[in-house]
Design a protein around this ligand. Structure first.
Ligand code: ADP
Ligand code: MG
Length: 577
C-alpha cells in the first residue's frame, strides 16, 4: 500500500524535492539559532562589542525572514503537491469505477462509493503534504537537537533522554487507538452517505407513503452511530494531546531543576542553560508537531487504505490477451449450452441453446423471473457465462474486445435512465460525434422529434435530474432515438413497451419496428400481440426453454404459449402457466 502511495509522488517529483529542500533549510536554521545565540551572549556581550552584537541580531532577523520564505514555500507548495496527488487519485478511482462490472455494482451501495470518492480522499491532501515533510523535518530536528544537547551538557542531555522511551511508548499506544477510531469514523460516515443517497433518491416514494418520519429514523440511526464513533476518536485524540503535553512539561521542569543544580555546582553557566532549553524545545517541537498531525495522518492513511481497497478490486470483465475487434458484423448469435448463476446455489439459466439468424427477430416470452433479462445481459457481457459459450458470427464473445462488442449492440430496456443534461446530450449519447442532421433523423425515427420541437428550448431542454420532467413514454422514445443514432447491427429490446399506455405504446411499437429492420433482434415483450410477427418465439421458464416456433406453430401446438396468448386475449393473465 505504501508503494502505491509513493507512486503518486512520482509525477510531482519537482514539487516534492523543492518541498523537502525547504524543509531541510528550515530545520537547519532552527537548529543553528540556539548555537548562534549562545555564541552572541557568551562571546560578544562580555567583550562589550555592542556594534557587532547589534549586527548579529540583524543577521538573525535576516535569517528569520529567509526562513519565512521557506516556510511559505513549504506551506503553500507543499499543499499544492497534496492537492495534485488527491486530484490524481480521484481521477484514477473514477476511471477504475468505470471499469468495474455489473457484479460489483450489484452489491455496492452508491453512498459508500461517494464516501470514498469525497470524504476519504479529502484528507489525502494533508497526508500527502505533511506525511513525508513532517517525518523528514522531525527526523533532522530530533537528530540535530540530540547531538547538540549531548555536546553541550551530557549529564543534562541524559536526563532528557530518559523520557524518550516513555514518550515513544505512550505515543505508539495512543496512536494505535486513534487509528482504529478514525477507521471506524470513516465506515460510519460511509453508512450515513449511503442512507442519504437512498433516502434522497427515494424521496418521491417516501412522500407518497407519508413515511418521512420513518426515513428520519433510519437516517438518525446511522447519524447517531457516526456521532458515537467520533466521540471515541476524539476522546483518544484528547488523551494523546494531553499526555504528550504533560510529559513535555515535566521534561522542561526536569531540565530547569537539574540545570539549576548544575549551575549551582558551577559545572554549567546560565547562558549554556538558556541555549540548552532552546534545544530541548527544538527537540520537543518535532514530537509535538508529529502529535499534532497524527490525527491528520491517521485520517489520511485510513482514507488511502479505503481508496486502495477499491482500487484493488479487479474488473471481472475485460479484454483478454489477443482479443479482436468485431468487424463487418452480420449478427448471427448462438447460445451453446449456456449456464449462468448470480450466486452459488441457484442456476438462473441452465443449458440454454438458442440461435438467432442474422437480420432476424427472436422473441422471448415467459413468466417474470424466468431469466429473460439475464439472458439479454449475457450478450453484451454484462455478466460472464459460467459454462458454455455465446458466439456472434461464430466468434466467442469472450474473444472480442469488450468495447467493440458493446458498440455493436443496442439495448432498450424498460427502465430508462437519462443523464442530467439536455435532450440533445441524452440522444447524442448514442454517438457523441453525430451531426445535427443525424440527431434529428434519429429523433424523427423514434417519433419524438415533434414533441421536442414543441418544447420552448427544443433539443436544448434540460431533462432535469433523472429526467423527471418527462413522461415514461417520452423518456422511452429518447432512449430509442439514442439507439437509432448508435445504429448497431444487433438489437435487444427488453420489455421496452411494458410500462406504457396504449397510445404511446403504438407509437413506440412503430418506432421499434423501424429500429429492428435489418438488424438481428432479440425482443422480450409482455404483451404477446407485439411479437406475433417475430421470426421465432421462444418460451422460457425457470426450468429452461420450453417451446420454440412461430406464432402460428406455437398456437397450434397448444402449449404454454397458447395458454398465455388466450389468457391475454381474454384480458387476464393466469398466475400459473
Ligand atoms: P426476467 O427478466 O425473466 O423477469 P430476470 O433475468 O430478471 O428474469 O431474473 C431471473 C432471476 O435472476 C430472478 O430470480 C432474479 O431474482 C434473479 N436476478 C436477476 N438479476 C439479479 C442480480 N443482479 N443479482 C442476483 N439475482 C438476480
Ligand atoms: Mg426482465
Amino acid at each position: 500500500m505504501l508503494k502505491r502511495f509513493i507512486s503518486y509522488y512520482k509525477p510531482h517529483k519537482k514539487l516534492f524535492i523543492i518541498d523537502m529542500i525547504c524543509a531541510f533549510l528550515i530545520a537547519s536554521i532552527d537548529l543553528s539559532v540556539p548555537m548562534l545565540s549562545r555564541y552572541a551572549l557568551n562571546d560578544l556581550l562580555p567583550k562589550n562589542q555592542f556594534r557587532t552584537f547589534f549586527l548579529f541580531i540583524l543577521m538573525l532577523l535576516g535569517l528569520y525572514l529567509i526562513r519565512s520564505v521557506f516556510q511559505y514555500i513549504v506551506d503553500f507548495w507543499g499543499h499544492i503537491l497534496g492537492v495534485r496527488m488527491e486530484y490524481d487519485m480521484r481521477r484514477d478511482l473514477f476511471k477504475h469505477l468505470q471499469s468495474l462490472s455489473f457484479r460489483f455494482y450489484d452489491k455496492t451501495r452508491t453512498g459508500h462509493i461517494m464516501s470514498r470518492m469525497v470524504n476519504d480522499l479529502n484528507e489525502i491532501t494533508e497526508l500527502a503534504h505533511h506525511g513525508p515533510e513532517d517525518l523528514f523535518l522531525s527526523l533532522i530536528m530530533l537528530i540535530g537537537a540530540f547531538f547538540a544537547m549531548l555536546f553541550m551538557e551530557w549529564r543534562l542531555a541524559l536526563a532528557v533522554y530518559i523520557f524518550i522511551p516513555f514518550l515513544v511508548w505512550f505515543a505508539i499506544k495512543q496512536r494505535t487507538k486513534m487509528s482504529r477510531g478514525f477507521k471506524n469514523v470513516k465506515k460510519k460516515i460511509a453508512n450515513v452517505n449511503a442512507q442519504l443517497e437512498s433516502s434522497i433518491s427515494g424521496i418521491r416514494v417516501s412522500k407518497s407513503f407519508a413515511n418521512e418520519e420513518h426515513e428520519m429514523e433510519k437516517f438518525t440511526f446511522g447519524n447517531k452511530e457516526f456521532r458515537a464513533s467520533k466521540d471515541v476518536a476524539y476522546k483518544n485524540m484528547a488523551i494523546f494531546s494531553v499526555g504528550m503535553g504533560f510529559i513535555t512539561k515535566i521534561l522542561n521542569l526536569v531540565v530547569i531543576g537539574f540545570g539549576g543544580f548544575l549551575i549551582m555546582k558551577g559545572t554549567m553557566d546560565i547562558m549554556d542553560l538558556l541555549a540548552f532549553i532552546m534545544y530541548v524545545n527544538a527537540f520537543l517541537q518535532p514530537i509535538r508537531r508529529l502529535s499534532n498531525f497524527v490525527q491528520q495522518f491517521e485520517s489520511g492513511m485510513t482514507g488511502f487504505e479505503r481508496f486502495t481497497e477499491l482500487m484493488e478490486i479487479e474488473p471481472l470483465i475485460k479484454d483478454k490477451l489477443g482479443a479482436v475487434d468485431l468487424k463487418n458484423v452480420t449478427g448471427n448469435i448462438d447460445f451453446n449450452n449456456v449456464t449462468f448463476s448470480y450466486n452459488d446455489h441457484e442456476k438462473v439459466l441452465n443449458n440454454i441453446n438458442l440461435n438467432i439468424n442474422a437480420g432476424r427477430t427472436l422473441a422471448l416470452v415467459g413468466p417474470s423471473g424466468g431469466g429473460k433479462t439475464t439472458l439479454c445481459h449475457l450478450i453484451p457481457r454484462f455478466y460472464e457465462v459460467d459454462e458454455g459459450m455465446i458466439t456472434i458470427d461464430g466468434k466467442n464473445i469472450k474473444d472480442i474486445k469488450v468495447k467493440s462488442l458493446r458498440s455493436n449492440i443496442g439495448l432498450v430496456s424498460q427502465d430508462v435512465f437519462l443523464f442530467a443534461g439536455t435532450i440533445k446530450d441524452n440522444i447524442m449519447y448514442g454517438d457523441i460525434s453525430a451531426s445535427e442532421e443525424r440527431l434529428i433523423e434519429a429523433a424523427k425515427n423514434a417519433e419524438i422529434h415533434d414533441f421536442i420541437m414543441g418544447l420552448p428550448d427544443g433539443y436544448d431542454t434540460n431533462v432535469g435530474e433523472r429526467g423527471i420532467r418527462l413522461s415514461g413514454g417520452q423518456k422511452q422514445r429518447i432512449s430509442i432515438a439514442r439507439v437509432f443514432l448508435k445504429n448497431p447491427p444487433i438489437l435487444i429490446l427488453d420489455e421496452a413497451t411494458s410500462a406504457l399506455d396504449n397510445e404511446t405504446e403504438i407509437k413506440i411499437q412503430r418506432a421499434l419496428e423501424k429500429l429492428s429492420k435489418g438488424r438481428t433482434s432479440l425482443v422480450i415483450a409482455h404483451r404477446l400481440s407485439t411479437i406475433k410477427n417475430a421470426d421465432e418465439i421462444v418460451v422460457i421458464t425457470e426450468e429452461g426453454i420450453k417451446e420454440k416456433g412461430t406464432h402460428e406453430q406455437l398456437l397450434a401446438s397448444e402449449g404454454i404459449y397458447e395458454k398465455l396468448y388466450k389468457a391475454q386475449f381474454k384480458g387476464y393473465i393466469p398466475d400459473q402457466i
